[in-house]
Design a protein around this ligand. Structure first.
Ligand code: PMP
Length: 404
């Protein structure tokens, strides 16, 4: 690595920036012989490319002057109408005036953090929680407190206790960050009856809820319960994305903000990017207007269900004694390793055995999580998932021999 000539000149918050464990893996896992169960890549090949080409041609021949130009900081009104329709599928009634289009939902996370987080503030999050969000909170010098989470999502009792403990220590809790549906990394969904309880606890303590729902429409059997935002318009900032229900390459996500926050969010968006890409937004809008996008989401569901089933049946065949979550949607399985096996230390050996996963430590802000790993089944073929899990089982049993 090159020596950093400017290391004494950085702002202190630059210390919070570190390569995520998932990013660091990308170079290794792109080798074709490695089965990657690591990064959560959407299965883009399931999207009919010809339909995208048609949208591109129509956009470029009819509206290129607008598509290639700067545009408004809040996002294209036509796309915001589509977003309104998409959110309605999860029970959300919205006004398009409160929707802000962002450069992926990752950017939405950063904008909200820039508005609310001062150094030393506390963000509450599920344990485990999405690595990319933890990175954003850390970069803002916030402290992350994980709240006990089980197979039904974050626990309301644990949430109330954590708030009490953190507040008694004199700390300022700014928001609760949640991935309530088919979570990254656990695959778990927050039970309907817990949702109202959690909102009530946060409302009482003046804590905003940041609801990150990028997987909600990718259910396999039952729909996810209605969004937390559908129960509380003023206390929930809702994040969505086209990355998982369409493609990540356009980098288009959105925030549905409480009306009182929306203006500041638009200003923050303008300050960061001037405007989200007009081209990307109009491509998505054109595609949605001229295609049966709901049927396409259903195609994605079928693809991911097939892969989830392959992953679970391979776990059952090769690692029957390990506890794993049984996701009802989304991209991920969360695996509890046998005692003494450390997922971070084991990773180089797994890669030697030509399989990659993400160690559990990536999903905790406090250095714990060694006893877990995340399997992402979204991209490999079902056959390769089986091969990958078999290689993982071989790696774990070699590791167990060392431990015992
Ligand atoms: N939130 C969650 C929970 C995610 O898993 C991801 C992508 N891995 C994102 C947000 C960011 O997605 P994007 O910026 O592509 O919309």
């Amino acid at each position: 690595m090159t020596k950093d000539l400017w290391s004494d000149r950085y702002a202190s918050r630059a210390n919070g920036l570190s390569a995520s464990e998932v990013r660091a893996l990308f170079a290794v896992v792109s080798r074709p012989e490695v089965v990657s169960l690591a990064g959560g890549m959407p299965f883009v090949p399931a999207l009919p490319k010809e339909r995208m080409i048609e949208s591109f041609q129509s956009l470029m021949s009819d509206r290129s002057a607008v598509a290639l130009q700067y545009s408004g900081g809040q996002g294209d009104p036509k796309l915001r109408e589509h977003i309104q329709e998409i959110m309605a599928l999860e029970g959300i009634k919205s006004d398009i005036d409160n929707i802000v289009v962002t450069t992926g939902s990752q950017h939405g996370l950063d904008l909200v953090s820039s508005l609310f987080l001062d150094p030393g503030d506390v963000v509450l999050a599920e344990g485990p929680s999405y690595v990319g969000a933890l990175g954003v909170f850390r970069a803002r010098q916030a402290h992350i407190e994980h709240v006990y989470t089980d197979d039904n999502g974050i626990s309301p009792e644990a949430l109330a206790q954590t708030i009490k403990r953190v507040q008694a220590a004199g700390k300022n809790i700014k928001f609760l960050y949640l991935v309530p549906n088919f979570a990254n990394p656990s695959g778990v969904t927050l039970a309907a009856e817990r949702r109202a309880q959690i909102l009530e606890i946060c409302r009482r303590n003046r804590i905003l809820v940041l609801e990150d729902n990028v997987y909600g429409l990718l259910y396999f059997e039952e729909k996810a319960p209605e969004a937390l935002r559908s129960l509380d318009e003023d206390g929930v900032i809702y994040l969505g994305s086209f990355s998982k229900i369409l493609v990540p390459g356009f980098r288009v996500g959105y925030v549905l903000a409480p009306p009182s926050i929306k203006d500041k969010l638009v200003l923050a968006n303008e300050s960061a990017v001037l405007c989200p890409s007009a081209f990307s937004q109009m491509m998505i809008s054109e595609y949605l207007s001229t295609n049966d996008w709901k049927a396409q989401i259903s195609v994605f569901r079928d693809e991911y269900r097939l892969r989830r089933d392959a992953a679970l049946s391979a776990m059952n065949e090769y690692l029957p004694n390990l506890k794993t979550t049984k996701p009802g949607g989304g991209f991920y399985l969360w695996v509890d390793l046998p005692e003494g096996v450390d997922s971070k230390k084991m990773l180089p050996k797994a890669v030697e055995n030509l399989v990659a996963y993400t160690p559990g430590t990536a999903f905790y802000g406090n250095g714990t999580g060694q006893e877990f790993l995340r399997i992402s089944y979204s991209y490999p073929t079902p056959e390769n998932i089986k091969v990958g899990v078999e290689r993982l089982a071989k790696t774990i049993s070699a590791e167990l021999e060392l431990v015992t």
